[in-house]
Ligand binder design. Structure first.
Ligand SMILES: Cc1cc2nc3c(=O)[nH]c(=O)nc-3n(C[C@H](O)[C@H](O)[C@H](O)COP(=O)(O)OP(=O)(O)OC[C@H]3O[C@@H](n4cnc5c(N)ncnc54)[C@H](O)[C@@H]3O)c2cc1C
Length: 503
């Protein structure tokens, strides 16, 4: 990295969010930007999660960029390697390579109140930027619980998102800790080859059948020859999910029917009533993410699998001890225990106005105007920020909405001219957040009787969007300047835009 390098925009992360931002900036005619990535390649989630069986839970024709359709998806639900390859292609097709800076983990970002720019320190050097787009991903920093004795476990330990491909699981006794989205894909993939698999389950998930199938050559050719057929397919996939949202956000009681289908999915494979009782959730379906698998329950029913319906409390030598007193000797422990979602490490590294870190600003819970701007952090936009997650549809829809917002943000800065920055007004952030939290009260995520990673340490849901993707698209179409204070260099009074009181 050149000394004293300055760019208009620094994008952090090269997953769907970061690459999407890069494409969008180029489309807006902005080429003075870099994409800072801590790893050695693009892909984010789909680079880091290479565990056996890793695949998407949203059909590929919806889980892809609208501006980069792929008529060649090989399956209805693509596997990790195909999604990763897709993102590599996006980087090539949109000529993003010259902007990519790998091995450039962002260590610190500090807002310069005099110069109205961000000072960014990375593993490969430092630079300044007018605008930061933080696309570091809500599920990119793996979380392993602090279990007494784990440090002295003599076998192999790894997290699902950092799979140890050098370790051969064949013939081993393996503990799978956790039963979330990753675990239910790992379990059926490794069950046939391990000696014994013990699944430690704190809370059973609801699991629906996965309607996955290969997409045949004729179908692919049709999409290639007549691109509108692929758009139609995407539209249908989107529309169905858009209709389902009402049940999650307004009428959780309607989800009872879905629970019956999930129970039937379990009953088909699990004949042992005791095991079935262990695996039956006691909360409303949808409260935690609904998982899709037609292979999970059949794998659990195999003779080399045990389910311990209890969390892990201690590791004693090579023995895993559960809260119910069960002791299991194992050779390897695989953690499918999720990510730092509401305590994102990046928040410790962002220092805004007055030297306040984002982590400090968010200590009462994450909040950002329209999911993107935090008060006191001018010209800093987050992609997949607070309350932008979805329970049942494609995150790419939300990312693209935030990219629309980014594009208008850049236009607004251009129109205002000079060295300008936008700082979200605390009142606007508060108003947005109150509306989100008010709507959240009725949702299945808050009323369904579970605790989940959607909730923060204070029990507040700061992760999920309590509406349709259409509503979010509308809310992020344009930047409303009355929601921001306009800062100018040299520092003067705020520029003459209507204040909130008069807007
Ligand atoms: C196993 C798994 C399955 C999933 N399945 C689905 C699904 O079915 N449907 C769905 O909608 N979503 C799914 N998701 C959610 C998924 O994370 C999002 O859909 C999307 O991929 C997020 O893209 P992103 O670019 O925001 O973040 P990521 O893909 O996580 O990318 C973030 C990037 O930022 C980089 N980074 C982080 N910190 C720094 C730093 N300090 N400096 C530099 N670089 C940094 C990371 O290395 C990474 O490359 C899944 C997630 C996981 C983990």
């Amino acid at each position: 990295m050149a000394e004293h390098e300055h760019v208009r925009v620094a994008v952090i992360g090269s997953g769907f969010g970061g690459l999407g931002a890069a494409v969008r900036l180029r489309r807006e005619g902005i080429t003075d930007f870099v994409v800072l990535e801590r790893a050695g390649g693009v892909g984010g989630t789909w680079r880091d999660n290479s565990y056996p069986g890793c695949a998407c839970d949203v059909p590929s024709h919806l889980y892809s960029f609208s501006f980069a359709p792929n008529p060649d998806w090989p399956r209805t639900f693509s596997g990790q390697e195909h999604i990763r390859a897709y993102l590599e292609r996006v980087a090539d097709d949109f000529d993003l390579r010259p902007h990519l800076r790998f091995d450039s983990e962002v260590k610190l970002m500090t807002w310069d109140e005099d110069e109205l720019r961000w000072h960014i320190e990375t593993a490969s050097g430092s630079l300044t930027a007018d605008v930061v787009v933080s696309a570091t991903g809500p599920l990119s920093d793996p979380k392993i619980p602090a279990i007494p004795g784990l440090d002295s476990f003599p076998g192999r330990v790894f997290h699902s998102a950092r799979w140890d491909h050098d370790y051969d699981l064949r013939g081993k006794r393996v503990a799978m800790v956790g039963t979330g989205a990753s675990a239910i894909q790992i379990v059926p993939s490794i069950q046939p080859e391990v000696d014994r698999l013990t699944v430690f389950q704190r809370t059973p998930p609801w699991v629906m059948p996965r309607m996955d199938r290969a997409i045949g050559t004729a179908e692919r050719k049709l999409h290639q020859a007549l691109p509108f057929t692929a758009r139609l397919r995407r539209g249908l996939l989107w529309g169905i999910r858009e209709l389902q949202v009402q049940a999650f956000t307004k009428r959780p009681d309607e989800l009872g029917l879905v629970e019956r289908l999930a129970k039937r999915n379990m009953a088909r494979a699990i004949k042992d009533p005791a095991l079935r009782a262990k695996l039956t959730p006691d909360y409303r379906i949808g409260c935690k993410r609904i998982l899709l698998s037609s292979a999970y329950y059949p794998a659990l029913a195999q003779p080399n699998v045990d389910v311990v319906a209890s969390g892990v409390t201690e590791i004693r030598g090579s023995t895993v001890v559960a809260a119910d007193g069960t002791e299991t000797e194992v050779d390897a422990i695989v953690f499918g225990t999720g990510f730092h979602v509401t305590d994102m490490p990046i928040a410790e590294r962002v220092i805004g106005v007055g030297g306040v870190t984002l982590a400090e600003a968010w200590k009462g819970g994450m909040e950002a105007l329209r999911g993107g701007s935090a008060a006191g952090f001018p010209n800093w936009l987050s992609v997949i920020g607070p309350n932008t997650g979805l329970g049942n549809s494609s995150m790419i829809l939300m990312i693209e909405s935030q990219l629309n917002y980014l594009a208008d943000y850049m236009r607004q800065l251009d129109t205002l001219g000079g060295r300008t920055a936008l700082d979200a007004r605390p009142a606007a952030v508060g108003r947005w957040n109150r509306r989100v939290q008010e709507r959240m009260k009725r949702t299945v995520w808050n009323t369904g009787g579970c605790t989940s990673w959607y909730l923060d340490a204070g029990g507040r849901n700061t992760t999920v969007w309590p509406g349709t993707t259409t509503e979010f698209r509308q809310a992020t179409r344009r930047v409303d300047l009355t929601e921001y204070e306009v800062l100018r260099k040299p520092a003067t009074k705020p520029a003459a835009v209507p204040s909130e009181a008069t807007a």
